[in-house]
Ligand binder design. Structure first.
Ligand code: HH2
Length: 431
């Protein structure tokens, strides 16, 4: 034993116990800084320096990009844009800003006084940061029943009243069995049920509305009378949506992403919440082309456009939820990329729904296991989604998912993420 060790005296770098802090929120960072017994005045200032938020903007005009970089550099932050901006060979550029909370706080008000659309760019940055960091509870107000999101991750249990769904086709086609299964999922802890009568697995052909309602009607009518949780109806048909709401359903889950104007008008008229999911093409065609230049950027843009169209047709913003649509026109690698960055979709400003349950990309990750052997992987995906701030996870395996999420939510709460209304607007603005 060395002399220093035997006397308990520590030497060398180890004596300082240097440790990279994992602080997932401003609340946690502030706590860490307070623990140094630093001057209380300084806690706010230092907290704002501690975390860089990379923010991506699309199509920033040629004249705006250098000014934006200049403003960012003036605060010690930075921004990246296309090479072609310097030699004027590009008209527009995607931009990635690299700033701390405090730096954006200084830059955004300055942009308001600048030309070349910089005011709108400043507003876009402000909105993205505000929405990303906000964890305020919100109520999804269903037509008959509601559910609160923004706190604990909500679980949406799947009931497929179909002969051909990819994981449980034929099991619940009989209405009595579907109703019993729905009640079991509620007992297991589902916060919402998603009732569907048309399989949207890759290659599936559309089901006529009459047949869809023939399958779904008795199930919605029975559960509509006494369900303790909101009933979502997974349909692309405006006619089925109308009949389902009249029979007691609460919200619409449209894997067609409200692309059909008749569906947008129906949702506006019904006043029902609607999940706007991203899918390229239709279930029959969606896997024929999964080439994206930047899958997250393209899905984000498509969801932004779909929600804008819905608002233009009279749907209220509080009615909308979004879902990047895992497996709908995406390959395994792209699904993993979306799952790993699911929190980015929060910047659209709507509650985020995500469904990985039993999907084939989970099977691929496990070396090609069948649909009945993907439960643990589905729970792991739900946990990842929850840690990224997804509001609602859609699953066939409710009991296992509820248990997995108990851990994920405890970790999120420990980080203090749920305590701050909005970290962006909640801290003092003066330096
Ligand atoms: N996935 C499926 C169906 N509907 N809706 C949303 N919002 N998000 C999803 O990821 C999603 C969805 C596919 O799952 P399932 O309903 O079990 O299969 P099928 O379409 O074969 O019935």
């Amino acid at each position: 034993m060395s002399g220093a060790a035997s006397t308990g005296r520590r030497v060398g770098p180890e004596r300082f116990r240097a440790r990279v802090l994992e602080a997932s929120s401003f609340a946690e960072l502030a706590r860490e800084i307070e623990r140094t017994e630093s001057d209380p005045e300084g806690v706010g200032i230092m907290t704002r320096k501690a975390r860089i938020f990379p923010v991506r903007l699309e199509e920033v005009p040629l004249k705006a990009a250098p000014l934006l970089k200049q403003e960012m550099l003036a605060t010690g932050a930075d921004s990246a844009h296309a090479r072609g901006i310097a030699d004027h060979s590009a008209e527009k550029s995607a931009v990635v800003l690299l700033g701390t909370w405090g730096q954006y706080r200084r830059v955004v008000p300055k942009l308001a006084r600048q030309p070349f659309q910089l005011k709108a760019i400043g507003e876009a940055i402000d909105l993205a940061l505000r929405r990303y960091t906000s964890h305020a509870p919100r109520t999804v107000r269903g037509v008959h029943r509601s559910v609160e999101v923004g706190g604990e991750t909500r679980v949406m249990g799947v009931v497929n009243v179909t002969p051909d769904s990819f994981s449980d086709g034929g099991q619940f086609l009989d209405p009595e069995r579907a109703i019993a299964h729905a009640r079991t999922l509620i007992d297991e802890g589902a916060d919402i049920l998603d009732l569907g009568a048309e399989s949207t697995r890759p290659g599936a052909e559309p089901v006529p509305a009459e047949e869809e309602w023939r399958r779904l009607g008795p199930v919605v009518e029975a559960l509509g009378k006494d369900s303790t949780v909101p009933l979502s109806v997974d349909t692309r048909s405006p006619e089925v949506a109308e009949r389902a709401i009249a029979a007691g359903a609460d919200l619409i889950n449209d894997v067609g992403g409200l692309r059909d104007p008749a569906m947008r008008r129906a949702v506006a008229r019904l006043g029902a919440p609607a999940i706007v999911m991203h899918m390229r093409g239709t279930p029959a065609t969606m896997q024929s082309d999964t080439t994206y230049r930047d899958v997250r950027a393209e899905v984000y843009d498509a969801l932004a456009r779909s929600t804008e169209l819905a608002l233009a047709d009279g749907v209220r913003p509080e009615q909308l939820l979004i879902d990047p649509g895992l497996g709908f026109g995406k390959n395994a690698e792209q699904n993993v990329e979306i799952l790993a960055h699911a929190g980015e979709f929060r910047c659209l400003g709507y509650p985020v729904v995500l469904g990985a349950s039993r999907k084939s990309f989970l099977g691929s990750l496990l070396g090609g296991v069948g649909v009945q052997e993907r439960q643990e992987a589905g729970v792991a995906a739900a946990v990842v989604a929850a840690l990224h701030g997804v509001d609602i996870v859609r699953t066939h395996d409710v009991r296992a998912t509820v248990r997995g999420l108990a851990v994920a939510d405890a970790v999120r709460l420990a980080g203090g993420r749920l305590s701050a209304e909005s970290e962006w607007s909640g801290l003092p603005s003066t330096e």
